[in-house]
Ligand binder design. Structure first.
Ligand SMILES: Cc1cc2nc3c(=O)[nH]c(=O)nc-3n(C[C@H](O)[C@H](O)[C@H](O)COP(=O)(O)O)c2cc1C
Length: 203
């Protein structure tokens, strides 16, 4: 779909009709989303597709009450995590990509980046992860729309290791965002945007 058309047709959707989206479709959507850029191409994202009804139910207790309904009614639920072990992530890219990366790239992921990540302080690393998570989330919601579904992005939940516990996900991964998707029961509507003169300056 044309990008502007796609953009204008995407709206935060908060009511879904409950029709399940096959996991194979969700995986394809995630595959498209993961073409997103990331700093140093570190791809610090980790997606969890919540297939289990029990786990979805347990997640509801961790949602801000106003966000629970959307997760309950969605056709599928994705929980996005960030990998906080960037040193290991970098080495993993070198291992998995060994056949596709050239020598220079391999040496970056094997030694230069791990050293660099060791020097990041907690706040810098947290921002770094959040920015990458935001970019892939944006790509994800476009991939969802492009596939004919609607979605929302939810930050309003307890972003604590309890989420890892519920979903049985290693503590190395930090919960970032929950993305419910599906067929809209109530269509999202265009929302206000600030005028250009408020958001652009030319120097
Ligand atoms: C980082 C982020 C966090 C959000 N958190 C929530 C949330 O917790 N609950 C919710 O209903 N919507 C949430 N939204 C949706 C926004 O409210 C929505 O995107 C915004 O109002 C603009 O509307 P639009 O997406 O239809 O253009 C979030 C969106 C973003 C980008």
């Amino acid at each position: 779909m044309d990008f502007v058309k796609l953009n204008k047709s995407r709206h935060a959707t908060k009511h879904f009709d409950g029709t399940k989206i096959p996991t194979v479709d969700v995986k394809q959507i995630i595959s498209a989303a993961s073409l997103a850029p990331s700093a140093h191409n570190i791809q610090s994202w980790h997606f969890v597709i919540v297939e289990s009804d029990e786990k979805r139910e347990a997640l509801l207790a961790e949602m801000k009450p106003s966000n629970a309904e959307q997760v309950k009614e969605a056709g599928a639920v994705i929980v996005l995590f960030s990998d906080t072990d960037l040193v290991e992530r970098s080495r993993e890219i070198a291992r998995y990509g060994a056949d596709e990366l050239n020598d220079e790239q391999l040496s970056r992921f094997n030694s230069r980046y791990p050293q660099m990540y060791e020097s990041y302080d907690e706040f810098y690393e947290s921002d770094y992860l959040s920015i990458n998570a935001g970019l892939v989330t944006m790509n994800l919601v476009y991939a969802i729309k492009n596939r004919g579904y609607d979605s929302n992005i939810i930050l309003g939940f307890n972003r604590t290791p309890k989420i890892n516990e519920i979903l049985d996900i290693e503590r190395r991964y930090r919960p970032e965002m929950i993305i419910p998707l599906g067929n809209a029961a109530i269509k999202g509507v265009p929302s206000y945007r600030l005028p250009q003169e408020k958001i652009i300056e030319i120097r």
